[in-house]
Design a protein around this ligand. Structure first.
Ligand code: GLU
Length: 361
């Protein structure tokens, strides 16, 4: 069984998996999960990514409203997160397992230096034999800088820490096909798979199937297996593997190094660079992106930020780290590299995105 061969396993719990319909933390269910983890723990490192801060905060503060303004939900999450972490800690203590809380903001994963830093924090928690319990830092996240769903957050963490398995426990048995049967395995996320997305959403979770597919894409590019399974019943891990009830997203065999995996799995598309036919074929031949081939730039981004490169037909060709900020690219687009110094007033790099900083999609 795959879980036996995995060394780093992330378990992502949706809000409705850990919080019941009355807004209470599901102690019995979480205890059964911890027992499952304990049974499989030998030689492995587990991580929990749990939602539920806002749901628990609402219960504690007696706020029923479904639509809550972002500023208020930040405050509610602050109240709820302390309860969420406290509930986990009490239960892990009961089973004599150490745990630690990690709250993550998009900057922590989308800036390479900080991503390496959180990887170290996870590694050190593993050295301490403690299970990291992760959530988004909802209290500081504004709508522009927010993952908003823990599915993609969990996948990005999986990529950064080099996890081999991500198990998403939610309120569905897996991904259903058009005849309402569970798709057992997925090898590629394409239009056909996206057409299976059911627009229905549950009470608390902000994800739905669509963010689970986005998460699967990140995992598959990073060499991490992803399972989507039902977390309604107790002992969810032993049940899912005994009954073989899940959708298994199988990763591609990737020859990319860790840095390129990080570039391709970026969550933020701070900007888009549109390029002409000539530049597109240069890119396909493994060349860097020069200013001459750029036709348009969209969005505001800084030097070093992750941008998407799109050709004149709208095809997403590559992702890469820009060596110039968007306002500079706007001035030098279509120009020869030797003209850049005169236009910008300083001698920058001759490539807009160097081939080493770029991954083809
Ligand atoms: N971070 C949010 C919370 O803990 C949940 C995000 C999600 O639904 O995935 O309440």
């Amino acid at each position: 069984m795959l879980i036996n061969n995995s060394k780093k396993i992330i378990i992502k719990l949706g809000s409705s998996t850990v919080v019941d319909s009355r807004g209470k933390f599901k102690k019995k269910w979480v205890s059964s999960l911890i027992k499952d983890i304990k049974n499989h723990r030998f030689g492995k490192n587990f991580v929990i990514v749990s939602s539920g801060a806002i749901a628990l905060g609402q219960k504690y503060l007696k706020i029923k409203k479904k639509k809550i303004k972002l500023e208020m939900s930040q405050a509610i999450a602050a109240v709820g997160q302390i309860h969420l972490a406290g509930e986990f800690q009490k239960l892990f203590d009961k089973y004599k397992i150490k745990s630690g809380q990690i709250l993550i903001s998009p900057d922590d994963t989308e800036q390479r230096k900080r991503a390496l830093n959180i990887r170290n924090t996870f590694d050190n928690l593993f050295k301490l034999n403690a299970i990291p319990i992760v959530n988004e830092n909802d209290t500081t996240a504004t709508s522009e800088i927010k993952y908003g769903d823990n599915d993609r957050l969990a996948a990005r963490v999986a990529q950064i820490i080099g996890a081999d398995t991500l198990i998403i426990l939610s309120d569905v048995d897996g991904l259903y096909n058009k005849s309402k049967k569970i798709v057992k395995t997925v090898n590629k996320i394409d239009e056909k798979i996206y057409s299976l997305v059911d627009k229905k959403r549950n009470n608390y979770g902000s994800g739905g199937i669509s963010t689970k597919l986005d998460a699967a894409k990140i995992c598959m590019n990073s060499g991490c297996h992803m399972f989507l399974a039902n977390g309604k019943k107790e002992h969810p891990l032993s049940k899912m593997f005994k009954k073989k009830m899940f959708t298994h997203f199988i990763p591609k065999i990737s020859s990319l190094d860790a840095r390129k995996k990080w570039i391709i799995s970026s969550l933020s598309s701070s900007g888009i660079i549109f390029i002409d036919k000539g530049a597109a074929s240069a890119l396909q031949n493994g060349k860097s992106l020069l200013a001459a081939g750029i036709t348009r730039v969209k969005g505001t981004f800084d030097k070093g930020e992750n941008v998407l490169i799109i050709d004149n037909k709208g095809n997403q060709l590559a992702r890469g780290l820009s060596s110039f900020k968007s306002s500079e690219i706007d001035k030098i687009k279509g120009k020869q590299s030797k003209e850049i110094e005169k236009i910008l007033g300083y001698l920058g790099k001759s490539e807009i995105i160097h081939k080493d900083d770029m991954v083809k999609l």
